[in-house]
Design a protein around this ligand. Structure first.
Ligand SMILES: [Zn+2]
Length: 444
């Protein structure tokens, strides 16, 4: 193709894309995507198979929501492809084909409910009339979509699997959704299972719905449904499923540093490594929602056959907007507009004994604010991570990392006018979870 032809193709494609998008709800507002860090995108192609279970007489806005939340129609309004473009910094382009019409499930809801999720997808794919069967050879995954409440989630938490339909085996990821699934807080996690990611943990032994510590990282989409989401008013209300569940139209949050590293969604130029012997270092750490080419976005601390930690700064905007609005977020974190988070990152992901991502929790649900210090055990004297400042206007935090005993905090003016010395020493949260003093600035 000549340069001109290529430009024309691009322009036509852009116009075509623009023409196809429309607001998912009348008042929906277009949003900016995160700046991209990867020059090249990789397409991840999926298709929706819409499966009519009991012949629901009225599907309400379900067809429109499917087309907008998964398809190109809702791009730019915070749909699922926006989510993946943003959190992968332009690396992943999720393309979802929503054009296959409703097919009748061969079983009623009781029969479907008795099947595994992947078996439901197989049943629905086999129900697609032969003349309407699209080419699936380029697909990464399939979204089985029910028009009634059945149960919803991923087919597997370890990526693609074998699906048998149309008299052949196919290697595909799959998710099974119903009308209550239609929000990023829920749906994004299930797609991420399709990309092979497990749930996230914190270092408590709390019961957040599964194994001790599982689903307890409220800053991470892999603990979804108990996270610091925002109320996403761009999307229609999600109908409440039967039973004791409450679901709103919840958006976000993004992913933690261990998840981003394991998916290779942070370019090497944006990763910094702090190793034993590095002394005391200060970093200007961009918010995960404000990436800057070449600037630190994630710090890996330790590793090399020793404990490995990550440091990230999360600002209350973009997919993390809930950190400023969700009333479950500690008030002082909401007021600060952002927080530094530290995780233990275990490359061998075999939950629950070795979860890949473990939030180092504290009395602020793991959020570290200015002057907060955390000590992290390693094979020798340990590391410390201290927050020196948070600059929400410019989207970064200043973080100091060192080894051994952290230096005393500077003298500062306390509210009653007395000079107050702040000691930085805190017990190791790994040894004593949830024992960090609640005040970020010590007694005063
Ligand atoms: Zn899950």
């Amino acid at each position: 193709m000549t340069k001109l032809a290529r430009f024309m193709a691009f322009a036509l494609c852009a116009i075509f894309t623009m023409a196809q998008t429309s607001p998912p709800t009348p008042g929906a507002v277009r949003r900016n995507n995160y700046p991209r860090l990867f020059a090249q995108s990789e397409a991840s192609e999926w298709m929706v198979v819409k499966c009519a279970i009991d012949g629901a007489p009225d599907r309400g806005n379900l067809d429109s929501t499917i087309a907008h939340l998964f398809g190109i129609e809702g791009a730019g309004y915070g749909n699922i492809s926006d989510y993946f473009y943003d959190v992968s910094y332009g690396k992943v382009q999720l393309r979802v084909q929503t054009t296959v019409g409703w097919v009748d499930a061969p079983l009623k809801s009781a029969g479907m409910r008795a099947l595994q999720r992947y078996q439901r997808v197989e049943q629905c794919m086999d129900a697609v009339p032969e003349a309407d069967r699209p080419d699936v050879s380029h697909l990464y995954g399939i979204i089985g979509m029910a028009d009634t409440f059945l149960d919803d989630g991923a087919c597997s938490s370890s990526g693609q699997r074998t699906l048998h339909f149309w008299d052949a085996d196919h290697t595909l990821a799959c998710v099974w959704f119903d009308p209550a699934s239609m929000m990023t807080d829920f749906a994004a996690q299930e797609f991420l299972h399709g990309f092979g990611l497990g749930h996230s943990y914190d270092n408590s032994t709390d019961d957040c719905g599964a194994n001790p510590g599982e689903y307890c990282d409220q800053w991470d989409i892999m603990s979804s449904m108990s996270v610091f989401h925002f109320d996403d008013t761009n999307w229609p209300a999600v109908p409440p499923p039967p039973g004791p569940f409450v679901r709103g139209t919840w958006g976000g949050p993004g992913l933690t540093a261990p998840a981003l590293l394991s998916l290779n969604w942070v370019p090497p130029q944006n990763i910094r490594n702090y190793r034993r012997g590095d002394g005391r270092r200060t970093y200007r750490l961009s918010a995960l929602s404000h990436p800057v080419a070449g600037q630190p976005l994630v710090i890996r601390v330790g590793g090399d056959f020793d404990a490995l930690y990550t440091v990230e700064y999360r600002q209350a905007d973009g997919w993390d907007a809930g950190f400023a609005t969700n009333t479950s977020v500690p008030a002082r974190v909401r007021a600060a507009g952002g927080a530094v988070l530290v995780h233990q990152y275990q490359l061998e992901n075999s939950p629950p004994d070795h979860p890949m991502s473990t939030l180092i929790n504290n009395a602020n649900e793991g959020a570290m604010l200015r002057w907060n210090t955390v000590r992290l055990p390693n094979a020798t004297s340990g590391y410390y991570v201290r927050v020196l400042g948070i600059d929400t206007a410019h989207g970064f935090a200043t973080v100091e990392i060192g080894e051994g005993e952290p230096p005393p905090l500077p003298f500062v003016q306390s509210p009653n006018g007395v000079q107050d010395h702040r000691t930085g020493a805190t017990p190791s949260p790994l040894e004593r979870p949830n024992q960090i003093p609640t005040s970020p600035i010590g007694p005063h």
